[in-house]
Design a protein around this ligand. Structure first.
Ligand SMILES: CC(C)(COP(=O)(O)OP(=O)(O)OC[C@H]1O[C@@H](n2cnc3c(N)ncnc32)[C@H](O)[C@@H]1OP(=O)(O)O)[C@@H](O)C(=O)NCCC(=O)NCCS
Length: 183
């Protein structure tokens, strides 16, 4: 499977939205309860750009978007501006192939040259693949929000993982996703 990683475009939003929505119904992965309408996804995308703190990259396999990674405001108060929340989501058939790592590498590579001090991943438990993925990219666990969300049959805890984005020796400053990025 030939996979390219590039910045997301308007034309990708339907696919991005479908992938995200597939983890809402019947899953605890997202604490949303209702699927996002496409119009909401378009409003969401207006906050992202090809440079800056808030970016979206997609994985494209044989012309189809099969996953995305994004960096978003951590919290909506000015003092949090230098922190972002990162997310990686693949369609189910594309999991387990290492594409999560390629997306996260491409995103982090773009973010380390921006004015970002910390990146956070908030992982609804259980999700061992996501924890392993983020550990591999230098995120460390800083805490757990115990039973912070209620979805489906019960309460779920959220693991908070933090990544230092200010290290001058960060390997992400050098390595992008060599096979197929748009720089
Ligand atoms: C989480 C996700 C992004 C990981 O991406 P991926 O490409 O499937 O991950 P990989 O195949 O590279 O596996 C990542 C690691 O988890 C491990 N892993 C995979 N599935 C696992 C499982 N069920 N149990 C334990 N470990 C697992 C892999 O061995 C790998 O370990 P390594 O990094 O030490 O090599 C992807 O599975 C996904 O999109 N899942 C659904 C949405 C989601 O949960 N997103 C994260 C929200 S926080």
């Amino acid at each position: 499977m030939e996979v390219a990683i590039r910045h997301a475009a308007e034309a990708d939003l339907e696919a991005i939205n479908a992938i995200y929505n597939s983890y809402i119904v019947g899953r605890h992965t997202s604490f949303d309860r209702e699927p996002w309408p496409l119009a909401a996804r378009r409003r969401w995308f207006a906050k992202y750009a090809a440079t800056g703190r808030y970016q979206v990259v997609v994985a494209v396999a044989d012309g189809d978007v099969v996953g995305f990674a994004s960096s978003s405001p951590f919290r909506d108060k000015a003092g949090y501006d230098t922190s972002v929340e990162t997310t990686v989501v693949l369609e189910e058939e594309a999991t387990g192939l290492g594409l999560g790592g390629r997306l996260l590498a491409a995103l982090l590579h773009r973010l380390v040259s921006e004015q970002i001090h910390r990146a956070y991943a908030l992982i609804a438990l259980p999700n061992e693949a996501s924890i392993q993925l983020h550990e591999r990219f230098g995120y460390r666990t800083v805490g757990t929000l115990d039973e912070v969300g209620h979805k489906l049959d019960g309460f779920h805890s959220v693991l908070i993982m933090e990544r230092d984005m200010s290290d001058p020796a960060d390997p992400m400053r050098r390595s992008a996703d060599p096979p197929a990025t748009d720089g």
